[in-house]
Each structure stands twice: as C-alpha cells, then as structure tokens.
Design a protein around this ligand. Structure first.
Ligand code: SAM
Length: 326
C-alpha cells in the first residue's frame, strides 16, 4: 500500500504519455504546444506499462491517461488496449482536447475506454481559435457529440474558468446540461508557468457557482468512489450535471490520493510543486521491480501536506501544465 506521511492512501496515478500537444492553449502551453522532449527522452509504452504494473502491486487502482495530447502520440490505441488488459485497475480514463476524437472514437471504444474527459473552454469558434491557436472548434464539437452517441458515460467536459476570456460563457456551458447528459466540470484557473491571465481578475468557485444559480435549483449530487475532489450538482430535471474543481479556493490536499508520471519518466508527488523523482534513468539502467517500487515509496514520502499555490500564483511553479499533464 502507498500511504504518505499524513496517512493519505495513494491509489491514483495520472500518466502523461507525451509532452506534445496539437493545440497551444494560452494558459497551458504559453510558449507553444510542440514537443520539446526528444523522442528518446519520452517513456516508451512498455516502460509506462511496467511502471503502472508496479503501481498496481502497490495499490494503484485508478489511472488517467493525459498529456500533452495523448491521442496525438503514435501507437496510443494499442497502448490503451494493453492498459485496459491489466489486472487490478478499477478505473481507467482519458483526458483529451477532442481534436482527434471524431476520427478515432471507435478505436478508443475498441480499446475498452468507457470514461472520457474532453477539454473545451469556449462555445465560440473564433474564441476557440484565440485560446488554442488552432481552428479546430468544429472538430472538437463533433467529437464531443459523437462521444455521447457512442455511449461513453459520462462524457465530462473540462472548462477552465479564464477571467476576462470565457467567464461570459459559464451559464451557456451549464445550460448544456439541461438537455444533454454532459458532466461539465468548471475548473479554477491555476497560475502555473504563465502570467497570461490577469490574476487580479481571479474568479473562484464561490463566485462561479453564484453566477450559475439563476439557471435553476442546483441539487447537490453525492460523489462516487472514483470522483475525486469535484463538488457535483444537478439542475432539477436536467439530463446532465455540473461540478466544480477548486484547487485554489478550496484546495483538496487533505484528501489527495494521486501521483503523476510525466512523459519524461519522472514521478511527481504533487501537480503544484516542481519536485519530482527520476524513474526513467533507473528503469533504463536495469532496475528491478523492487527498485521501481522503492521509487514510488520515495515519491509518496515527498508528498507535502498541502500545496502553496494561491490565486496570484504565489507558489511560483515553473513547469508548464502541458509538460506535467494537468
Ligand atoms: N491535451 C489534453 C486536454 O486538453 O485535455 C490533456 C492535457 S491538459 C494539460 C489537461 C487539463 O489541464 C485540461 O483540461 C486543461 O484545460 C487543464 N489545464 C491546463 N492548464 C491549466 C491551468 N493553468 N489551470 C487549470 N487547468 C489547466
């Protein structure tokens, strides 16, 4: 079992399989979305699977595949099938920007993935281009609709609340849940690796929620076992639901159950700290399963009680989200 110094049980591994992204969102990859790591510095799929298997032996039961853009990595569907074939995982999910969904939805389904999160921060084509640097709005919307049609359940939409950029669209997003079974997740913007958002205009959970109150009665929904720190609500009679993820205003460190594996092969105890432990070098130098397990234990030991990121970015995290995996 992975238990940290504060008695938190760690059973969730978020795995970034590439640092490349085919979008370059202003708040996530402010210096451009292209790959920065040379190919040989990125963990191979067999290496990732070996690490995950070790994690499973230590109690990891939940895995999320992320990036960069995971669907942009060659061979990803074969990897997802192998991942789904591992014994011991009760929950495997995927976070994608949706650009490649339409074309590949059957391959994702065939691999056995049932839960998918799609990031979309605006419902306007032009604004989408401004935020992401690419004209792929229609592709993403079509991918989202197809995901619903193909029976992914739930289809979660990640909306990062960007003050001055998309906060005029929060009600439009929430209204989508009235007739569609989407789970919309409003995520507080985390000032990491960029000062692109004016932090003085910060928009945090209490205000985001208050702005959505006019749509209808918001009924709290009890969290399921794999839900993590989201605060869930449903409008009366709605097909879908909304949720709030508030890493800044109401951080959920006390219940943190996660580790992150970066594409470069580092284990990170916390998204919001630059601390990480190299796993790739030992792995490629012939480390035994026990030695890999020891690196998990060491990383878990490094988990701090809580992060120190505030709405004005006071923790000074240098890494870009795109490289860490969100
Ligand atoms: N490319 C995939 C995608 O777009 O979903 C996966 C990687 S992306 C880094 C994972 C999530 O992190 C996305 O939902 C993204 O919006 C979110 N994210 C990126 N930068 C963020 C920030 N500064 N604050 C809050 N969320 C952020």
């Amino acid at each position: 079992m992975l238990i940290d110094r504060y008695k938190r049980i760690i059973n969730y591994l978020r795995v970034s399989i590439t640092d490349y992204c085919n979008l370059k969102c202003i708040y996530c990859a402010p210096y451009g979305g292209g790959a920065k790591l040379p190919h040989k510095e990125i963990l191979r799929y067999e290496e990732i699977l070996r690490i995950i298997k070790t994690g499973i032996r230590l109690g990891i039961s939940k895995v999320r595949i992320t990036g960069g853009e995971p669907l942009a990595r060659k061979g990803v569907y074969g990897f997802l099938s192998k991942l789904m074939g591992l014994d011991g995982l009760s929950d495997v999910s995927l976070t994608t920007n949706g650009v490649m969904l339409k074309k590949n939805i059957n391959r994702i389904k065939d691999a056995g993935i049932k839960r998918i999160n799609i990031s979309i921060d605006t419902l306007h084509k032009e604004k989408f281009k401004e935020i992401t640097g690419r004209d792929h709005f229609n592709l993403v919307r079509e991918g989202i609709n197809l995901a619903l049609k193909k029976g992914f359940n739930p289809v979660k939409l990640n909306v990062v609340v960007l003050p001055g950029i998309n906060d005029d669209e929060l009600t439009a997003f929430a209204r989508l849940t009235l007739d569609n079974p989407f789970h919309i997740r409003f995520i507080e913007y985390m000032p990491i690796g960029t000062d692109i958002i004016d932090v003085k205009k910060r928009l945090l959970y209490p205000e985001i929620k208050a702005r959505l109150g006019g749509i209808g009665e918001m009924i709290p929904v009890e969290n399921g076992i794999n839900d993590g720190p989201v605060m869930r609500y449903k409008y009366k009679g709605a097909a879908g639901e909304i949720g709030f993820i508030s890493p800044i205003s109401n951080h959920f460190c006390s219940t943190c159950n996660r580790l992150r594996l970066t594409a470069s092969g580092h284990l990170r105890p916390c998204l919001l700290s630059d601390r990480q432990v190299d796993l790739k070098t030992p792995l490629r130098s012939g480390a035994s399963d026990q030695e890999i397990a020891d690196i998990f234990l060491k990383t878990v030991f490094f988990k701090s009680f809580e992060h120190h990121l505030t709405a004005d970015g006071a923790a000074g995290i240098a890494g870009q989200m795109q490289a860490i995996g969100g």
